[in-house]
Design a protein around this ligand. Structure first.
Ligand code: AMP
Ligand code: MG
Length: 347
């Protein structure tokens, strides 16, 4: 299959191209498109065969459900059994935006979209190109990240092309995304709202609106047998080809630990920040942003992991980015990419 990449200007969206993209979705085909979080691989969420094409293109395990994207609040009723008060409050506060809610599904949502579950994940993205595509594509677009399963999520159309060339007919290129990490997922079907995947919307932000919410214990637990509740969170994810280790402790000790392992050959990859870059004389050194600006780190994390694959490094060492807000989401992705390999150099 020939894959077309078409540039879309967010401030001047070309109606003809969006019409074409919408009709691909309506006829059961796939279109990759930008959202504010990462690039999505879209299909008509209410058409089982279309949703199946997503799993095939990504090589995604079929028990890993898809998020349904809507562009209008009035469309929510159709796909869920009922809209609880907490969902209304969160929608008022954070939609359109990087928050996904798990609700009980209605009969019209096929099990092919929900991985066999009776619940459904719903999000209303803020990206204008995404909204236009959703409206033109019938209103309900199932869209996981547009990467081959297991690879880092795409934050540019080029990343999508690397993974999806020959597998899908169309990629809408809206440039680099705003955030760079997938949406926060909050489950509203349990007694207490639970965050199943951290993202730009932090636990504290959800608690501020609902008064109560907690983190899924499967996410915090490091080595216990507790499984994360979102089926997708149990899979190996975002993993670069080389082994990645996260080094934790006082920053000067972290730097010296990493420098002992690097040499002049660029076989060792190093993930650092603007603040520490000069401290590394050797290695394939990549700064992912500034510690003063967590969003800059979120923006570049997946890109840097992809670049190490291209460079063909043998091992990667990363500084740690623990912090209460967005840092939680950054560390969640980094830990998954590292298969939870962390080394504490505190003493
Ligand atoms: P992705 O679309 O690649 O960002 O992945 C979607 C994430 O949402 C995966 O981790 C899924 O397991 C999770 N998810 C989707 N639907 C549900 C659901 N009904 N219940 C729990 N998690 C879900
Ligand atoms: Mg994904």
């Amino acid at each position: 299959m020939q894959t077309e990449v078409i540039r879309i200007e967010r401030n001047n969206i070309n109606a003809q191209i969006m019409q074409k993209a919408g009709s691909i979705l309506k006829s059961g085909g796939l279109v990759a498109f930008p959202t504010e979080t990462v690039y999505g691989l879209g299909a008509d969420a209410l058409n089982t065969e279309a949703a199946e094409k997503i799993y095939a293109a990504k090589g995604r395990p079929s028990d890993n459900p898809l998020i349904i994207h809507i562009a209008d609040m009035g469309h929510l009723d159709k796909i869920v059994k009922y809209v609880p008060d907490e969902a209304k409050k969160l929608a008022d506060a954070f939609w359109p935006g990087p928050l996904t809610m798990i609700l009980n599904k209605s009969a019209c949502v096929p099990y092919g979209t929900t991985g066999g579950l009776d619940t459904v994940a719903v999000r209303m993205p803020s990206d204008k190109i995404a909204q236009e595509l959703i409206r033109r594509g019938g209103g309900y677009v199932a869209a996981p990240s547009a990467n081959i399963s297991g690879r880092p999520s795409p934050t540019t159309a080029q990343h999508v092309y690397e993974d999806m060339n020959g597998r899908i007919p169309l990629i809408l290129d809206g440039g680099a995304v705003e955030i760079g990490l997938e949406s926060t997922i909050v489950d509203l079907t349990a007694d207490v709202p639970v965050i199943l995947r951290p993202g730009y919307i932090s636990l504290a932000m959800v608690q501020a609106i609902l008064g109560r919410a907690e983190m899924d214990r499967g996410l915090i637990a490091d080595d216990s047998g507790i499984r994360p509740k979102a089926p997708g969170m149990k899979y190996r994810h975002y993993a670069p080809k080389a082994e990645l280790k996260i080094i934790e402790g006082p920053i000067d000790r972290v730097i010296s630990y990493i420098n002992q392992r690097a040499d002049g050959s660029r076989r060792i990859g190093i993930i650092c920040t603007e603040e520490t870059r000069e401290a590394y004389p050797h290695g394939d050194i990549k700064s992912i942003g500034s510690r003063k600006n967590e969003l800059s780190i979120a923006n570049h994390l997946f890109e840097v992991l992809r670049e190490f694959d291209e460079d063909g490094v043998e091992a990667i060492y990363s500084e740690s980015f623990e912090a209460p807000g967005l840092g939680q989401a950054i560390m969640n992705r980094l830990l998954k990419a590292a298969g939870h390999q962390r080394i504490d150099v505190s003493e």
